[in-house]
Design a protein around this ligand. Structure first.
Ligand code: FES
Length: 107
């Protein structure tokens, strides 16, 4: 819906961490990773475009998520690939923050 799908509370995701929301909850093709980068929240497809590692298990720094498997990097704001060995972008999704509610608007 326009109001998005309630997927988490802000307190569920400490600064510098991420959670994975199953596709069965979001209705998306891929599972969704939700990241807290210094108090800003971002949502990308969870599966790395290189060899399917879970980006929610990666390392967040300065607006970038680094894949835990081969260190490919993606921009948290738009899913653009930033470094090899990944070469394809990952899908980015919009989040609506409503108090402590985090709502996902799937792309
Ligand atoms: Fe992510 Fe290889 S699986 S960079």
């Amino acid at each position: 819906t326009e109001d998005g799908i309630l997927v988490a509370q802000t307190d569920d995701i400490p600064d510098g961490e991420a959670i994975k929301i199953d596709a069965s909850v979001t209705g998306t093709v891929d599972d969704i990773a939700i990241f807290n980068d210094d108090g800003e929240f971002f949502a990308l497809d969870d599966t790395c475009s290189h060899e399917k590692a879970s980006l929610s298990e990666g390392y967040i720094e300065d607006g970038v998520i680094e894949c835990p498997l081969h260190a490919g990097k993606f921009c948290l704001r738009n899913g653009d690939v930033l470094s090899m060995p990944a070469t394809d972008n990952v899908a980015c999704h919009r989040l609506i923050l409503d108090g402590t509610d985090i709502r996902l608007v799937p792309n």
